[in-house]
Design a protein around this ligand. Sequence first.
Ligand code: NAD
Length: 494
Amino acid sequence: MTTQAEIDAIRAETIAPQSLFIDGKQVAGSAEPMGVTSPIDGSDLTTIANATSAEVDLAVASARAAFNDGRWSNLPPAARKKILFAIADGIEADALALSILGIRDNGTEFAMAYKAEAGSAAGTFRYYAEAIDKVSGEIAPTASNTLGLVHHEPVGVVGAIIPWNFPLMIGAWKLAPALAAGNSVVLKPAETASLSLLHLAEIASAAGLPDGVFNVVTGDGRIAGDALARSMDVDVLAFTGSGVTGRKLLEASAQSNLKRVYLELGGKSPNIVFADAPDLDQAAKVSAAGIFRNSGQVCVAGSRLLVERSIHDDFVAALKQHAEALRVGDPLDLETQIGAVNSERQLAGNLSLTATAIKEGAEVITGGARILGQTGGTYMAPTILQNVLRTNTVFRSEVFGPVLAVTPFDSEEEAISLANDSDLGLAAGVWTANLSRAHRMIRAVQAGVVHVNTYGGADNTVPLGGHKQSGNGSDKSLHALSKYTNLKTAWIQL
Ligand code: NAD
């Protein structure tokens, strides 16, 4: 059990200015570094290198050289497996320091960061390490005078660009399957969440991952991210982030080497509560957590509550109670349940979309404002807006903050119509005790994951990916391996 004293001792440590991680070592960036501000109290934490496109090219060249000489890609599967297990052990051994480092620049509450970040990243490395010698190629059912073999080959160099929420967890979702398949990787973390990934590179190196196989380039997405997306020597680009950036990556691919681009984008996920839900108070409690944890900065957050009209007022009242009971504050305080919004920019966006919602007719049930301003940090009260119509901005646009839009419905058909009235399709929730209705809803709702009588939660065994404009390809599960491999057929005359 972690104590507050342990956390406080680690958070008091100063963080040295950070370098790039290329070819197994720290490389000082040549451009003016970027400042890193703590969302906890607005203080200056440290600086990160602002990689130039030449430095990104250097990282890609290092990854390519490592791939071509086979120092990783040609290692026997058992040897690669051992190193991925050692990375998982390294993450676990350092889980507290890693989590705290990540919280200091991204603001996620400790309980969530410790479990969902370091804990899950270690599990992800183990899951794909196990897969290395479990997933095989195929022998096709051909005529007896021929032999058709299907090989799964690594693609070569994988570029990964990731967001600031859950950097370690999402980084591991890309990195672990890409490495397990035998590739080299260049990872570009978000400007406001690079620290834990730079530390992960050191852990991987200490665990025996050969130099050049995993490189980290930090800095401005429009420069470093763009250079990775336009590289002629990156074979696959795996991205998690906003739709705006996702579109730019597709263009960059079209204008460069037609690299495969996988997109994990945002959501405006409907959480649908029927009057026959098995336990309405539990549904309200879990629904509150499903939108407010990590200050709503969760891609699958249930940000649209669709609730059957007959229970609307009681359910919203219960939800308000649960929202107001959540303790928002310093994410490194063990008593805190909801930490900081990632940045001033993100908080300003949350408040602006809330103001638009009010202008368009929504009623604020609770929250709606910045809080704890005296700390210097970026905090927002859990916010519930009711009377939201399907035409309103807050019904259609992702806030990516602690803002819940509530809309009533009168029938199953209307619930489905409201749920699917979105360009996005990442996740959904359905609360009902009626088994047939639950299965009908699973089929009808357009989303990559449908939670039934819960919201959130999953593990490495199941994929996470979006439908519609929420993305393509999935992270997690054995399906993710196919993103990082090419199929090759050998056709042999016997
Ligand atoms: P973002 O698109 O602004 O940034 C994501 C990454 O892209 C960062 O590393 C950034 O530096 C980089 N980037 C920015 N501009 C770029 C450019 N022109 N070229 C190349 N790279 C560039 O997104 P964000 O604000 O960091 O993340 C929030 C978004 O991510 C939300 O929409 C959220 O829903 C989504 N998200 C999705 C999932 C999922 O699994 N589907 C998970 C987490 C977050």
